[in-house]
Design a protein around this ligand. Structure first.
Ligand code: HEC
Length: 152
């Protein structure tokens, strides 16, 4: 057990306020091009390929669209929840909870392809390599999603 920190509470509050402020800036006003996947908040890295997204569109149509509209994975609620989160966390969430009522029932490639499609819908730039759902490689890659579209 560590002994209580001697750092004054006022200083800690300042630190917390600063981190909340910068986190808010990351989601509200992007310094980077909208729709980037970012490693360690620094370099933009591609996390899926275009052909994989095309395969994912089929998975979406055949399976996911039974219950979902596109806005479920592009809308304000989705962005609020997932912007700034690790890419791998979103994959695991989908793989372990979807399709609702029969989670984990799809082949892993289909979950990966659905992810690629979701990335594409959100405007992430594709690269040469497909999304592989590699927990080690993706642990530090965070989703930077586009800012919310204006409400009609
Ligand atoms: C049988 C209906 C059904 C199917 C099929 C289905 N979903 Fe869902 N999905 C739901 C429901 C209901 C929720 C909201 C409740 C929840 O979060 O568990 C949800 C939530 C989600 C979320 C939000 C999760 C979060 O925590 O933010 C994502 C992303 C998602 N689904 C993706 C998918 C994908 C991708 C597929 C296809 C592989 C899929 N779903 C198939 C019913 C379904």
């Amino acid at each position: 057990m560590r002994r209580p920190s001697p750092i004054p509470a006022v200083f800690l509050l300042g630190v917390i306020a600063t981190s909340v402020f910068s986190a808010g800036r990351m989601t509200a006003q992007q310094p980077l091009a909208p729709g980037a996947a970012v490693r360690d908040g620094q370099d933009t890295v591609p996390v899926y390929s275009d052909s994989q997204a095309t395969a994912g569109a089929t998975v979406w149509t055949n399976t996911c669209s039974e219950c979902h509209e596109t806005k479920d994975v592009t809308g304000a609620d989705f962005r609020t929840k997932w912007a700034g989160q690790p890419v791998f966390a979103l994959f695991e969430q989908i793989r372990t909870t979807m399709p609702d009522g029969n989670p984990g029932s799809l082949p892993r490639e289909d979950y990966a392809a659905a992810m690629a499609y979701i990335f594409k819908l959100n405007g992430l730039t594709p690269g040469a390599a497909p999304f592989t759902a590699d927990s080690v490689a993706l642990a530090t890659v965070k989703l930077i999603l586009p800012p919310a579209p204006p409400t009609p």
